[in-house]
Design a binder for this molecule. Structure first.
Ligand SMILES: *[C@@H]1O[C@H](CO)[C@@H](O)[C@H](O)[C@H]1NC(C)=O
Length: 307
C-alpha cells in the first residue's frame, strides 16, 4: 500500500475540472488581487484583532492570500526543488517523496485506519448540513479556509456535533506548484480561518489532490501539522461531474469490497448535494462503527483549543 498508482492524465483533468465543480468560483466576482478580499465579499467570520496584529490587514484575503512571515519559519532551510504542476511527475525526483506522483509517504502520515472510516473534504457548504443530520458517529472533515469564513454557522454545527476538523488549506491550490511563500500562505490562512471561526488550531491536514512532497512536508511540519491521505477513493467527485464512466453501482460495489476487511480510510466530499447523497449510501453500507482520523492514529484532536 505504500506505493499507490495514479493516472497522471486523470489528475490533470481533475485539476481542470475542480474549480468548476467545487464551489471555488474564480471569476469576475473576485476583486483585484492587490485588494485582498474574499470573492464577492462573502466572508462572514469577523476578522479578529489578533489577526490584524499578526498580518497588518483588516479583512479576509481572496483565493491567493498574501504571505505573512512567521518567526518559526526559516525560508533558507526549506528543501530546494520544484515547483511542478499537477500531473507533471516525469521530472519529480524520487527523493521528493511525492504522494500523488509516487505514492510515497512520510513516517508521520496517516493513510489507513483499523476501522473502515469515511472522511470529507472541501466543506463546509450548505450540503454539509444534510450529512450532519444523518450522522450518529463522529467523523472527520477537512475544511477549506475560504468556505469556513463564508459558512461559520455550518462550521459551528460540525464542531457542536463533536466531529474532528482538519485543514484542507485556504483555497485548494495544488501546493507542489506553488512557491515556498505561497505554500506557507495557504497553510497559515487555512489555520487562521479555523482559529478565528472555531477557536482551535488544527493538528491534522489533508493536501488538496494529495499534493504533498518533502518541500510541502517540511513547511507543514513547522506548523505541527500531520498529513492525512487515503487508501480508498470513492470517485464521488467524478460521478458528481456527470462523468458517464463512473456509475453509482460501481462506487457502491467498491465500498462493499472495502467493507469485507473493514479497514481503511475513504476519501469523500461534502461539497455538493450529489456527493452527500453518495456519502449517505456509503454510510448505510459500512455502518456507524467508524473512527475519526485522530482515533485511527491515536493522536490529539487539535494542537490547541481556546475558550
Ligand atoms: C488563535 O486565537 C487566539 C484567540 O482566540 C489568539 O490569541 C491566538 O494568537 C491565535 N493563534 C493562532 C496561531 O492563530
Amino acid at each position: 500500500m505504500r506505493f499507490l498508482k495514479f493516472n497522471f492524465l486523470y489528475l490533470f483533468l481533475l485539476s481542470l475540472l475542480y474549480n468548476k465543480l467545487f464551489a471555488l468560483e474564480e471569476n469576475d466576482e473576485l476583486v483585484e488581487a492587490t485588494d485582498f478580499k474574499v470573492a464577492n465579499g462573502k466572508a462572514r467570520t469577523p476578522f479578529p484583532d489578533w489577526l490584524k496584529r499578526i498580518t497588518g490587514l483588516y479583512q479576509w484575503p481572496g483565493l491567493d492570500p498574501p504571505y505573512i512571515p512567521l518567526d518559526f519559519i526559516d525560508l533558507s532551510k526549506i528543501p530546494d526543488f520544484g515547483p511542478y504542476s499537477l500531473g507533471f511527475c516525469a521530472n519529480v525526483p524520487r527523493e521528493a517523496c511525492s504522494f500523488d506522483c509516487h505514492g510515497c509517504m512520510g513516517h508521520d502520515e496517516i493513510f489507513t485506519c483499523r476501522k473502515l472510516s469515511q472522511t470529507f473534504d472541501d466543506g463546509p457548504t450548505p450540503a454539509t448540513l444534510r450529512l450532519l443530520d444523518s450522522l450518529d458517529h463522529e467523523t472527520t472533515f477537512f475544511n477549506l479556509g475560504v468556505n469556513i469564513v463564508e459558512h461559520p454557522d455550518i462550521y459551528h454545527r460540525i464542531q457542536d456535533d463533536g466531529h474532528l476538523i482538519g485543514s484542507h488549506t485556504w483555497s485548494h491550490r495544488y501546493l507542489p506548484a506553488l512557491s515556498n511563500k505561497e505554500i506557507i500562505a495557504q497553510i497559515e490562512w487555512g489555520i487562521w480561518a479555523m482559529n478565528a471561526t472555531g477557536h482551535h488550531i488544527p493538528k491534522w491536514w489533508r493536501p488538496p489532490y494529495g499534493g504533498i512532497d518533502n518541500r510541502v512536508r517540511h513547511i507543514t511540519r513547522l506548523f505541527g501539522l500531520q498529513a492525512v491521505v487515503w487508501n480508498h477513493d470513492t470517485l464521488d467527485w467524478k460521478f458528481a461531474s456527470g462523468d458517464p464512466s463512473v456509475s453509482l453501482e460501481e462506487i457502491l460495489g467498491r465500498v462493499h469490497d472495502w467493507n469485507r476487511d473493514k479497514t481503511g480510510l475513504i476519501l469523500e466530499h461534502d461539497s455538493k448535494e450529489t456527493t452527500v447523497d453518495i456519502a449517505l449510501r456509503v454510510k448505510d453500507i459500512i455502518g456507524e462503527d467508524q473512527l475519526t482520523v485522530a482515533e485511527c492514529a491515536g493522536g490529539n484532536d487539535y494542537i490547541r483549543e481556546y475558550d
